[in-house]
Design a protein around this ligand. Structure first.
Ligand SMILES: [Zn+2]
Ligand SMILES: [Zn+2]
Length: 237
């Protein structure tokens, strides 16, 4: 099973829950999904970087609750720990590559302090054999990706922020015996940039919902509503 742990599980305006970010820790290697405002502080406070000597990072999109402490993390790796963090790039997306380069430059990180890697790079984690960036619709004019992991137990999908369930549908078609889905959801009937819980519920019969973890909670009612529908709810590690 892919052991994904959560540093935070909140939406952008719910800082009490920390920014939604998840990681896999295998020995001295860390795979991190998203690096919002609270993430670097959480990694330090939980002593997660103390034993790590290889960091891989996948950023879903450039809202600050998903990337705002990427500069501090990558600089800390380069200047304090003495290695370059590996930052994954979605294959063939020139705009994403340009924007993440700009972001790191603004944060004061030079290109020789980081290692960009194509999503097809050999990462060597036991939890998954491959990870792919899957484009999704989120905020207007913004590039945003979900992540699809090939795992021994049927595949794991991580929506990141999404306004649409189409990515989950496509994943389920290719992975009918899926291992787990981690999905954002919002406690609202309709929403322009996030996925209403009821829409998520419509994709999964009740007996499958324990294999679906809701994250990116916009408030306490969101988690309670998700549980009442039979979903799992992300818990901070
Ligand atoms: Zn967000
Ligand atoms: Zn967002």
């Amino acid at each position: 099973m892919m052991d994904l742990k959560f540093l935070g599980r909140g939406a952008a305006f719910n800082p009490a829950e920390g920014n939604t970010s998840a990681y896999i820790l295998e020995g001295k290697r860390l795979f991190l999904i998203d690096c919002g405002e609270s993430v670097f502080a959480d990694l330090i406070c939980k002593n997660i970087l103390d034993t790590v000597n290889e960091v891989w990072i996948a950023i879903s999109h450039f809202h600050s609750d998903h990337c705002a402490s990427l500069g501090s993390l990558t600089l800390y790796c380069a200047e304090r720990l003495g290695y370059k963090a590996h930052i994954l790039l979605p294959s063939g997306d020139q705009r994403y590559a340009r924007e993440i380069r700009q972001l790191l430059k603004i944060f004061g990180v030079s290109e020789d302090q980081i290692q960009f890697e194509d999503e097809s790079a050999e990462m060597g984690f036991a939890a998954f054999s491959a990870v792919r960036f899957c484009p999704t619709r989120h905020a207007p004019g913004m590039v945003c990706y979900s992540l699809s992991f090939e795992t021994q137990d049927g595949g794991v999908f991580y929506t990141a922020d999404t306004a649409t369930e189409e990515g989950i549908k496509a994943f389920l078609k290719d992975h009918p015996a899926f291992e787990h889905v981690y999905s954002e959801a919002i406690d609202a009937r309709t929403h322009p940039v996030h996925l209403p819980l009821e829409k998520l519920a419509a994709l999964f019969p009740e007996e499958q919902r324990s294999k679906v973890t809701v994250m990116h909670l916009n408030g306490p009612r969101c988690g309670e509503h998700a549980k009442a529908l039979g979903f799992s709810v992300a818990q901070r590690a």
